[in-house]
Design a binder for this molecule. Structure first.
Ligand code: F0G
Length: 481
């Protein structure tokens, strides 16, 4: 929730109190330099002990509620027939209005099951935008992912409320060209993760459905950030201001043929699921669940997480839960805009995204500007963000680098974890860095895995800019922070 102060400014206000805390440590800049060098300038390879504010991701890092933790104590560990599963199925039915549920250990496991069941060599899979794991699974199954976003989607600084919408004429043309029999399904991601957590509108979702349904193609919603997408619909789509988050989620689910999600985001647990009212789709996927994940009633999740997910699905329909990170992100983005730092607008659903292409416009894409900026921000602040640019794209079949559509440094906002002073601190260090942006240079790989290279690849700086930046920092702030 946001609240307006008497001087007119709007601030995010927490509708909860903090009862358990975890210590963090701000290592001195020199130690941060050593840590990022050891990590191959890849923030994924840093250790928690070297991180002050972990803004890598909002996945599995959210603060759980007392009710979720209490539910975990009541879990039923039965291998088959666990009561915990029936609580989850009950929540999916009550909230999503969906009958059939297949639990999976996380979102990509659900993607694997979908790929195994429906994605065939030579197929296309149209979507509003890809996510890394989604594309990896569909590519590995031999299909081509088509991203049919609107012109506005890649415009970093925009006031378009629904940059996650699908371009309907591009979709129509793609379906005609491929032929419906060569389309696995159409996928809509609830807030397009890689391009700034941007939502789709219900109007657009309905229009997509109207196009694909007569062709016998089914519509899949990736609902990992379903409550945030619903929150934006409520704020931004005409006619939805008086609807509840529950009603909007229900409407999305009623349009989709199948929903899968990573439970690590909106649901604030560590798990995933597939849910549908289409018995045919459910029965096609179901046999593979015990092969790859686990028995039908736990699907690779711990029973504790199954219990907490049942609670999380209900809780994410509360307005203050659905808006917890969205409102903090809006505040964070606002701080950076005041400091003239280039960020993706409108503020999105999972993170504040800094536009590295504009922040360090002297670093070409072949030198990975978003990766370089992630490392520089870590050196300057101890905050860990994530590269979402060309490092996150794997090479094509000829071994060429694939330049990403955008070069973003993602500073994720885990739900209910950080406070206004944390955002103010990071914004301040970013301002310091922006004034010295010419010091930041590029990166090159010296270790590069063939798939999802951003997770484990190692890079080095071109030139000695990491050490030079650290020296400049120490000059201004001393050697202790
Ligand atoms: N779909 C979306 C939209 C996601 O954001 C993610 C994960 C997945 C699928 C895969 O789910 O991690 O549970 O296997 N996003 C994380 C992130 C990793 O950091 O943005 P998973």
């Amino acid at each position: 929730m946001s609240i307006r102060l008497s001087n007119g400014t709007e601030i995010p206000i927490e509708m909860h109190k903090v009862r358990v805390v975890q210590k963090v440590r701000l290592a001195p800049a020199r130690d941060r330099l050593r840590a990022i060098e050891e990590a191959g300038y890849n923030t994924f390879l840093l250790r928690t002990r070297d991180i002050f504010l972990d803004m890598l991701t909002d996945s599995g890092t959210n603060a759980m509620t007392d009710n979720q933790l209490a539910a975990m104590m009541q879990s039923d560990d039965a291998y088959a027939g666990s009561e915990s599963f029936y609580k989850l199925a009950g929540a999916v039915k009550d909230i999503f209005g969906l009958e059939y549920v297949l639990p999976a250990h996380q979102g990509r496991a659900a993607e694997h099951l979908l790929a195994k069941t429906f994605v065939k060599p030579g197929h296309i899979v149209p979507m509003n935008y890809h996510f890394t794991t989604t594309k990896a699974h569909f590519d590995l199954a031999g299909a081509k992912v088509l991203e049919l976003y609107t012109d506005e989607a890649l415009n970093a600084e925009s006031d378009c409320p629904f940059k996650g919408n699908m371009d309907l004429s591009r979709l129509r043309a793609a379906l005609e060209k491929a032929g419906p029999e060569n389309v696995s399904f159409v996928r809509m991601e609830a807030t397009t993760n890689l391009i700034g957590g941007q939502p789709f509108s219900l109007e657009n979702l309905r229009a997509v459905k109207a196009l694909v349904e007569p062709l016998g193609i089914f519509l899949v919603v990736d609902g990992s950030l379903i409550s945030e997408n619903a929150y934006f619909i409520r704020q931004r789509e005409p006619g939805y201001q008086d609807k509840s988050i529950l009603e909007i989620i229900r409407e999305i689910m009623a349009v989709a043929d199948l929903c899968y999600l990573s439970g690590r985001k909106s649901c604030s647990v560590r798990g995933g699921l597939i849910a549908t009212n289409r018995k045919d789709l459910y029965e096609a996927i179901r046999p593979w669940l015990p092969v790859y994940e686990g028995f039908f009633t736990y699907g690779g999740m711990s029973s504790k997480e199954v219990e907490a997910m049942a609670v999380g699905i209900r809780e994410m329909t509360e307005l203050e839960v659905a808006g917890a990170s969205a409102d903090a992100i809006k505040y964070f983005v606002g701080l950076l805009r005041q400091k003239k730092i280039p960020v993706v607008t409108p503020a999105g659903g999972l993170a504040c995204h800094v536009d590295a292409m504009r922040f360090i416009d002297h670093v070409p894409q072949s030198r990975y500007p978003a990766g370089a900026l992630a490392a520089a921000v870590y050196i300057a602040s101890g905050a860990r963000g994530m590269e979402r640019g060309s490092v996150s794209m794997d090479r094509d079949s000829e071994g060429n680098d694939v330049p990403s559509d955008m070069e973003l440094l993602r500073l994720a906002v885990p739900r209910r974890v950080y406070t206004m002073s944390h955002y103010q601190y990071v914004a301040d260090r970013l301002e310091w860095l922006y004034a010295r942006r010419r010091m930041i240079g590029g990166l090159e790989f010296y270790e590069e895995p063939p798939v999802l290279r951003f997770f484990a690849g190692k890079m080095r700086t071109i030139g000695n800019w990491g050490a030079e930046l650290t020296a400049a920092f120490e000059k201004d702030f001393g050697t202790q922070c």
